[in-house]
Write a protein of this length. Structure first.
Length: 248
């Protein structure tokens, strides 16, 4: 894909979105910044963005291969992804297979408890309002998505979970929960956007039970980037390492 990258369009906590000379395509730069607790805890960890970009690209490709529409187009080089421009819906869609994190703090669930069927939680993506939990009536009243879009998002989230639980299981990784963001493409179709990486998923090593994700940073422990590199090593095929020239 031959596009020219132009100026910035939007800057988030861990990624920059840049315009290209094609109005339907954006370039997503994965930065090394890492935050937790709505930006209260911050750091910059060398190579964090690099590994998140290759992990996200691989997962988007796996999902596209399973028939899930995503924003992903290409990873011309680690750190920078070309993606379809989406009109993002400000909802953080969280799917939980196993109780961990905030749900254990906020409700009488036990850490490690399995959810069958999985729980889908929707939070309003708004730092100003502290990402409060939504329900369908609030989403409709806010006018941020239609009833049909909400059911499409739920359907896609369950499909993504089926694909990713199996994908990670084969690689020796447990997927307790993850966060997704969706948007509309130029034809109004809902697509998975943002990223799917150790910043946005809980990933536990099947052998040791240890986290390989942002929980390491949230707990103030060392070894964040080496865990992210380990995830890349576990999920990438030799062919991926060669075509993206990934440093493992
Ligand atoms: P929790 O509700 O336990 O904080 O998070 C549940 C899952 O969603 C975790 O995998 C977590 O990484 C992800 N998640 C929830 N909110 C956010 C967020 O604002 N940013 C990111 N990167 N991930 C989130």
């Amino acid at each position: 894909m031959n596009v020219k990258i132009n100026g910035p369009l939007y800057s988030g906590k861990a990624k920059d979105v840049l315009m290209t000379d094609d109005p339907e395509i954006v370039a997503v730069r994965f930065r090394d910044d890492i935050t937790a607790g709505d930006g209260e805890k911050k750091d910059t960890l060398e190579m964090k963005g690099y590994y998140n970009s290759v992990i996200s690209a691989k997962i988007f490709e796996v999902l596209e291969g399973a028939g899930v529409p995503t924003q992903y187009l290409e990873l011309p080089e680690p750190g920078c992804m070309l993606a379809r421009k989406l009109d993002m819906i400000p909802i953080e869609v969280i799917l939980r297979n196993i109780a961990a994190g905030s749900i254990v703090r906020r409700f009488p669930f036990t850490e490690g408890q399995k959810f069958r069927p999985p729980i889908i939680q929707m939070d309003y993506k708004s730092d100003e309002h502290g990402d409060p939990m939504l329900n369908e009536d609030i989403i409709l009243a806010l006018g941020i998505a239609t009833r049909d879009e909400i059911s499409e998002i739920r359907r896609m989230t369950l499909k993504i979970n089926d694909v990713l639980v199996e994908f990670f299981r084969e690689k020796g990784i447990i997927l307790p929960d993850f966060k997704l963001e969706f948007g509309r493409d130029s034809s109004g179709r809902i697509r998975l956007g943002d990223e799917v990486s150790p910043d946005t998923c809980r990933l536990w090593d099947m052998e040791t039970g240890k986290p390989l994700d942002k929980d390491i940073f949230r707990r103030g422990e060392e070894g964040v980037v080496s865990a992210y590199r380990r995830v890349a090593e576990m999920i990438l095929e030799m062919e991926d390492i060669e075509r993206w020239n990934v440093k493992i």
